[in-house]
Design a protein. Structure first.
Length: 154
């Protein structure tokens, strides 16, 4: 009997010394910021005003700020609202020049900057050349748009 009690005590001591371990598992979370190709321009208006034929503006500086991902910027211009066309200076034809990079603007996209780092800016300047002759008339507005497009880096 004494042996039985000693044996039971030994079993009891051994079982009290055993601690149950909790099992762990992990949830792997993946998250990222949406890539947003965007551009904002400062200034976003260029007021050349009424000018004489053959007028040439000085360079006007613009700053393009991009979104949260490296961005390719492209630039193009449109023909005038009142039928002047973008090209070389001539009759009813005006010209736009970009400085840094040096470009003659057209109605087709051209690379302004191949890769602007996220949240950074690209500064560029534009110069306007009035037509040398006009057949449309002074009362016809000749406003036009210059478009900067933000997109994926090649």
């Amino acid at each position: 009997m004494k042996k039985l009690i000693v044996l039971m005590m030994a079993v009891l001591v051994c079982s009290l010394g055993t601690v149950a371990m909790a099992a762990n598992d992990v949830i792997a979370v993946t998250v990222s910021l949406d890539a947003i190709y965007e551009v904002s321009l400062v200034p976003d208006v260029w007021d050349i005003g009424a000018q004489a034929l053959d007028y040439v503006s000085s360079f006007t500086e613009f700053t393009a700020e991009v979104g949260n991902i490296a961005t390719k910027l492209q630039i193009k211009a449109a023909n005038g609202d009142g039928a002047w066309t973008l090209g070389t200076v001539g009759s009813d034809e005006f010209r736009l020049e970009c400085e840094a990079p040096a470009l003659e603007l057209t109605t087709e996209d051209q690379v302004l900057d191949a890769s602007v780092a996220a949240y950074n800016t690209q500064t560029f300047a534009l110069k306007y050349y009035m037509p040398s002759a006009d057949t449309i008339g002074a009362t016809t507005a000749q406003g036009f748009d210059v478009t900067i497009t933000a997109g994926a880096v090649d």
